[in-house]
Design a protein around this ligand. Structure first.
Ligand code: ADP
Length: 692
């Protein structure tokens, strides 16, 4: 048993010590500096399950398998150094149960002040700490929630306002709503009496305060602009009517003077009633309001643009179209073009699936409608003549492939069934697509088509005129050509007559002369036939032709000019070329035009040894015809304009020759261009595909 002197500092008579410590609900244990138990009270017996006799003299920590993260040896040193330690230990009871024990250790000293023993007060906090941990966690969760919410949270002291409302009630006010409406000063006073108890970080941020402390303890006056007074009045009404909560959109002001659009929610949580506090949540709607305004503004812009565009615009709802496409996808259709081949009816289904949504004024005009209502809701199919279905097919393929844009010239029906030439465009931007819409534009190109037709007409007139004028130039050449066989025929005729008038007529000689005359006459007839073909403005006649033959014949036309200009002509015609499918006269006209131009340029430039090289060759499956001269070449500034109608550098020029050449060549599916030869002179090249 411990000696009384060990407990002097407890300053209690030793005989009372036993009953005293046994009467304490806490476990009290005294151990010597070696850790052996000197005193063990009743509460210790019941806490650890070890009887006092069993424990006295035993090592405390070993017996109870005490544990602490910092190790017990270190704690022992610490308590001796500091005279006191408290904390939590884990110990194991006699029945093997682990307990969490909150202990307070104090060093007991001898009269000399030297440490003699350590007294421990212990408390089982195994259960208690569970509860505590939980409540601590809950508090933490609440704080986190309170802080982490994107919303601004306020805890407001409403008790003063309650009192004010109570006074009103006692003063006989019954209709609070009417009273609030009539007494804005009451609302202002209530606002001034509402104090901030707590706010979260988001509030500090949103309302422009430097820190929480700037807000806590103050009133809500700086945040409630007069324009939002009615919302405060409403929350007072909600309080009077004991509603659990109220939400309103309102405008609040920040400390730095900004106005924010906010969703304001006030609630009277049950736990807060007694405390007279309310919880307020504020969600900043400014961004949303701004975004909505932006959307509205851009919709307005879109709308006014939509209406103001001179192009006819149609909004088409593609919901059904999408369903159709989705249907195809589930059937595994990937190649839409092939699918349309095998199921041509799909095109009609597709057209029928779409109807006109919104339209603009230009659309009303182009379609010949009285007003928009005549068009809205109309099925798209009624505007597509059968002959234009290939365009629909291509647009369908384009849509299926989710192309953003489609454009093609076509013919559409007006409301009254008359036809109109249009440029048909589809815009299926992702933004439109997201709303199941596409925008269709129709431009009336009737006039353009008519103009193009007129131009083509004009060009063919010019071609005719130019052929005739060329005939003028060629007359001499033709006359020469025809003259030559005619002269030969005349000479041969005379010779024949002479041979016949001999006393002994040489019939063999006459036969030869006769044969020559027939072939000369045939040549003359050929030339005349060709002239007739050129002079008559016959529509193009396509036939299979050997390209070299065309060139050789053209050269024959040029014979006279070539001789007159003393041009050195070189033909390099590749033999065995495939046929081309072409209009003989038009192609010859092209060759003649190019050659005449070249000769004129060489003459103009005073070229000493004018030379023309004509070549035919096969390049990439098409005929290439090239004509090279030794003239001045093409000045770079003229290069891009050569083939434009009416571009000429000649005083008497029409500037239509090359433009006609281009029209002819392009009509044959070929191309024509000009380039300069590095060694001097110009080269004109045209291509014509070989016949299949
Ligand atoms: P025109 O012969 O009536 O001027 P074209 O359309 O035939 O009309 O020719 C247009 C212009 O192209 C000519 O005025 C000339 O300036 C230029 N041009 C045509 N061929 C040649 C060439 N071989 N060399 C240089 N310039 C040429």
């Amino acid at each position: 048993m411990p000696e009384a002197k060990d407990f002097e500092t407890v300053s209690c008579p030793p005989d009372l010590l036993g009953p005293l410590i046994d009467g304490v609900a806490e476990s009290v244990i005294v151990r010597d500096l070696g850790g052996r138990v000197l005193l063990w009270n009743k509460a210790s017996e019941s806490l650890y399950g070890f009887a006092r006799d069993a424990m006295l003299g035993r090592h405390l920590h070993d017996s109870l398998e005490g544990q602490h993260p910092a190790t017990l040896a270190r704690l022992e040193r610490q308590v001796l150094e500091q005279g006191h330690w408290e904390g939590e230990l884990t110990r194991t009871t006699a029945s093997g149960e682990e307990r969490r024990i909150e202990v307070r250790w104090t060093v007991l000293r001898d009269p000399e002040g030297q440490p003699a023993s350590i007294i421990e007060y212990g408390r089982d906090i195994t259960r208690l700490s569970d509860l505590e941990v939980e409540s601590r966690q809950q508090a933490h969760r609440y704080r986190n929630l309170f802080q982490a919410m994107a919303a601004s949270f306020w805890e407001l002291d409403f008790s003063e306002v309650r009192k004010m409302l109570g006074q009103l009630f006692h003063a006989g006010v019954e209709d609070f709503r009417a009273y609030f409406a009539a007494h804005p000063e009451f609302i202002d006073a209530a606002i001034a009496a509402t104090r901030v108890v707590d706010v979260n970080d988001k509030t500090v941020l949103l309302f422009g305060a430097g820190s929480r402390e700037d807000l806590v303890g103050g009133t809500v006056v700086p945040f409630w602009p007069p324009e939002s007074r009615h919302v405060y009045a409403e929350s007072l009404m909600a309080s009077v009517n004991r509603l659990p909560s109220l939400s309103r959109e309102t405008r609040l002001s920040t400390l730095d003077g900004r106005m924010i659009d906010a969703l304001f929610t006030v609630c009277w949580p049950s736990g807060h009633h007694g405390r007279g506090t309310v919880l307020v949540g504020v969600i900043d709607l400014s961004d949303r309001v701004a975004a909505e305004q932006e959307v509205r503004a851009s919709e307005l812009r879109y709308r006014s643009l939509f209406q103001a565009m001179s192009t006819a615009l149609f909004q088409i709802d593609t919901t059904r179209q999408r369903e159709l496409f989705a249907g195809l996808a589930t059937r595994g259709v990937e190649d839409i073009a092939a699918h349309l081949e095998s199921e041509p009816d799909f095109l009609t289904t597709y057209l029928d699936a779409m109807s006109i949504g919104e339209v603009n004024e230009a659309a009303v005009r182009i379609m010949g409608a009285k007003d928009r209502s005549e068009l809205i809701g109309q099925p798209v199919s009624r505007f597509w003549p059968r002959s234009s279905h290939p365009v629909v097919r291509r647009s369908l393929v384009s849509s299926f492939r989710r192309n953003v844009a489609f454009e093609q010239e076509t013919v559409n029906y007006r409301l009254d069934g008359t036809e109109i030439n249009t440029l048909f465009t589809i815009n299926a931007s992702p933004e439109l697509r997201a709303r199941n819409l596409v925008l269709v534009g129709l431009t009336d190109i009737t006039e353009r088509v008519a103009a193009q037709k007129a131009l083509r007409q004009l060009q063919s007139e010019f071609a005719h005129a130019s052929r005739l004028s060329m005939l003028g130039e060629l007359t001499a050449s033709i006359a020469h050509e025809v003259n030559q066989p005619l002269a030969a025929i005349t000479a041969n005729g005379a010779a024949g007559a002479r041979w016949l008038s001999r006393p002994q007529p040489d019939l063999d000689e006459v036969r030869t002369i006769h044969a020559n005359m027939v072939s000369d006459a045939r040549r003359a007839a050929d030339i005349i036939a060709r002239i007739r073909a050129m002079a008559s403005n016959k529509a193009a006649e396509r036939q299979r032709l050997p390209p070299n033959q065309v060139v050789e014949e053209a050269v024959r036309f040029l014979h006279h000019e070539l001789v007159a200009h003393e041009v050195d002509l070189h033909l390099a015609l590749t033999s065995g070329l495939p046929d081309i499918e072409a209009d003989r006269v038009q192609l010859q006209q092209t060759v003649v035009n190019l050659a005449l131009n070249a000769m004129q340029e060489m003459k103009r430039a005073g070229c000493p040894r004018p030379r023309l090289d004509l070549r035919t060759l096969a390049v990439d499956g098409e005929l290439h015809f090239a004509i090279e001269d030794s003239g001045p070449g093409i000045p770079p500034e003229h290069h891009d304009r050569l083939f434009q109608s009416f571009f000429t550098t000649k005083t008497n020029g029409l500037g239509i020759g090359l433009s006609i050449c281009r029209t002819i060549i392009e009509a044959h599916g070929g191309r024509i261009w000009a380039e300069n030869i590095p060694s001097g002179g110009a080269r004109f090249i045209f291509t014509v595909p070989f016949a299949k």
